[in-house]
Design a protein around this ligand. Structure first.
Ligand SMILES: [Zn+2]
Length: 444
């Protein structure tokens, strides 16, 4: 009810005060549990906590147990090795002292340390005993040894013995039981049992949460991303990477920057999503290899040669001859995804437009980026995706739902940009909104 009221109030303001037309059909309220809600290009859905944190499979549990056991064994081994070394050293010292004592040598000290040494040895002994009896196995062993073959518990024998002896024997047995009595079952150690208990508790908590709580899941619309990737020509109809012919006329660095601009924006935008891994695959595999294929086609070489020249990280030399990396490296991509919501910057600008460098050596134009006064510029021509594909972005069947398009009127316009701003525009750090679009240059 509250949601409906809020919706109605918003619509009232929109229609009455702002005189905007609201689509009644699209603004009806749906269930957040049974349907996905689209917001800012991300799909939201309320799900049970177990969907976000699925319980460990039996296989995973076994693997974890094995890992823990291995870790404990390794730690024990290290500890044993340390103790062995210490024991050897101690024995050496004692041996040495003993030999000198036997030869009748006297040790002269400025201070008497017998008491301290005695205390140290006493502490050690006590610690060792305490440590020893902590182990259930050792206790069991002693209990078994000390209680087996106890003919003193036979009535016939007891009757013939002095009561004091029988009493003291009984007392001894009681003490034995008190200290050494095995507490639990033989086949399950204490550790395993507490582990099982913990698991059971965890399961219980999860079950109750699943029935009572709902959590919000944010997913990247992976189908749309795939469709956009296909539309822009990164992949063929089979979903395999392919070269983009339109980019062949660009500089190597500009090709890589363009790919990096698209990839980085997707990674930035969807980093909070639950299925971010799939977006990572699209960028790290499909975009990266489409880039290799484009570069290979441009230089008329094989993909393998392109990879060995540019390396897997797509290194390219800048104007000063220094190798730069623009495309996110595989390692970088692997580490991404802190599940925090980021400031969403639209991907569309970088994806739906390319800048073709013109072979005009007229450097009299100033850079068109706002607040840039540089005159050392290069002319670029804007080419829009929809014109290249001859697709109307308003036709939802042909275009990708949610992917906005740059206005038709900007197609084939020419703009001078300094090296920094052309790079920023390609990499998606700035958009056409940061450019003075009234100052386009006419090139015949
Ligand atoms: Zn500039």
């Amino acid at each position: 009810m509250l949601t409906i009221e809020i919706r109605d109030r918003i619509i009232a303001v929109l229609e009455r005060d702002l005189e905007v037309k609201v689509d009644r059909l699209s603004s009806s309220i749906h269930s957040a549990v049974s349907e996905k809600i689209e917001f800012l290009g991300v799909e939201f859905q309320a799900v049970a906590p177990s969907v976000l944190h699925p319980p460990m499979s039996e296989k995973a549990k076994r693997a974890r147990k094995k890992y823990l056991k291995m870790k404990a064994e390794k730690a024990q081994e290290l500890k044993n090795a340390r103790e062995t070394r210490r024991k050897k050293l101690g024995l050496k010292i004692l041996n040495h002292l003993f030999k000198r004592m036997r030869r009748g040598e006297e040790f002269e000290f400025d201070f008497r340390i017998e008491n301290e040494v005695r205390q140290v040895f006493k502490d050690w002994a006590e610690e060792t005993v305490a440590e020893y009896f902590k182990s259930q196995e050792h206790c069991q062993y002693w209990h078994r040894l000390l209680t087996s073959g106890d003919f003193l518990s036979l009535t016939r024998v007891r009757d013939q013995l002095p009561p004091a002896l029988v009493d003291s024997y009984d007392k001894f047995q009681e003490t034995l039981d008190r200290f050494f009595m095995p507490m639990r079952g033989h086949d399950m150690t204490e550790e395993e049992e507490s582990l099982a208990e913990e698991e059971e508790k965890e399961y219980e908590k999860m079950t109750v949460e699943d029935l009572t709580e709902l959590k919000m899941r944010a997913n990247a619309p992976i189908e749309l991303v795939r469709k956009a990737v296909k539309l822009a020509g990164f992949t063929n109809s089979m979903g395999r990477p392919r070269p983009i012919k339109l980019l062949l006329c660009l500089d190597d660095a500009d090709i890589i920057k363009w790919y990096a601009g698209v990839g980085r924006r997707w990674l930035d935008f969807f980093c909070c999503c639950r299925n971010f891994r799939m977006v990572k695959t699209v960028v790290s595999y499909h975009l990266r290899f489409s880039c290799f294929l484009t570069l290979a086609e441009k230089h008329e070489c094989t993909k393998r040669q392109a990879i060995s020249h540019f390396t897997k990280d797509l290194k390219v030399a800048n104007d000063d001859g220094v190798a730069e990396v623009h495309f996110p490296t595989e390692r970088e991509i692997k580490m991404m995804g802190d599940k925090n919501l980021s400031d969403p910057k639209p991907v569309d600008g970088a994806l739906t437009m390319i800048l073709v460098r013109l072979a005009v050596d007229d450097t009299s134009y100033p850079c068109l980026a706002h607040f840039c006064a540089k005159t050392d510029t290069v002319l670029y021509r804007i080419r829009l995706l929809q014109n290249r594909l001859n697709v109307d972005p308003l036709n939802e069947n042909k275009w990708v739902h949610g992917l906005s398009a740059i206005h038709e009127s900007l197609n084939k316009k020419c703009l001078p940009l300094c090296s920094m701003h052309s790079s920023d525009l390609l990499l998606g750090k700035i958009t056409l909104q940061d450019i003075d679009c009234t100052q386009f240059v006419d090139v015949k």
